[in-house]
Design a protein around this ligand. Sequence first.
Ligand SMILES: O=P(O)(O)O[C@H]1[C@H](O)[C@@H](O)[C@H](O)[C@@H](O)[C@@H]1O
Ligand SMILES: [Mg+2]
Ligand SMILES: [Mg+2]
Length: 281
Amino acid sequence: MDDVLQNIMDHAVAVAREAGQVVREALCDEKQRDVMTKSSTVDLVTQTDQRVEHLIIQSVKKKFPTHRFIGEESVAAGEACVLTDDPTWIIDPIDGTTNFVHSFPFVAVSIGFSVDKKIQFGVVYSCLEDKMFTARRGKGAFCNGEPLQVSDQEDVRRSIIATEFGSNRETETVEKIFSSLRNILNIPVHGVRGAGTAAVNMCLVASGCVEAYYEVGVHVWDVAAGSVIVEEAGGVLMDVEGGPVDLMSRRIVAANNGTVAHRIVKEIDAFSPTRDDGRDQ
Ligand SMILES: O=P(O)(O)O[C@H]1[C@H](O)[C@@H](O)[C@H](O)[C@@H](O)[C@@H]1O
Ligand SMILES: [Mg+2]
Ligand SMILES: [Mg+2]
């Protein structure tokens, strides 16, 4: 299985690089950044998101015809979001579509691969920075081949925390997001940042630049690849109320260590969006 998995991962890296090239080229063509919307007027999608997801899935199907897929744009088009024990590719063709539309320079192709409902490897290609983040379970995390290690900071007051505002603008949700943000700023922490892509935020945790990232409202395709990259860089994952993380729950804390994670959890005003798999929270 070892060599088989490596072969699959090598394909994921190659196709992520190819997809990144398409995204870079599309940035120079306004038509390919024309905006359509999904769940809300600020949940954006472009033909490039759809084209890149199609490219990845077709390429994988040719080589691994029995594998299954959970892709952001396929789910938006009505496909089920179900994780089984079968080998499954979990794909976000453009993580940071809003950034892409505005040429804000953090845009990633994110690919996680799951077997037995466990993420086996993750590939995040931050394509405008040309940074290829990779991690295979038990084998470490890397950026362009260089090993990654989370920060060793234990004191949240000396930390940078990353988060995002998401695309839900219902008053109650916005209130909760700001309540968490206010609590965290008031700890006080050194700073709060957000790259505009969950996958890149998680890679920043893995790289040791920020101590923790949290968000409520993300989807499994935003965080599947990043989850194994964070863990393989020595970090921890948690639910926003401190329990074990569930990638379908749309709630995540990714941190350099348990001390920082638990401290952040205390300040998060948690809520429960509809799960990706439609099950009850
Ligand atoms: O929709 P994309 O750009 O794939 O993913 C983004 C989410 O939509 C947004 O809600 C979230 O805040 C952001 O972190 C994520 O990457
Ligand atoms: Mg995304
Ligand atoms: Mg996306």
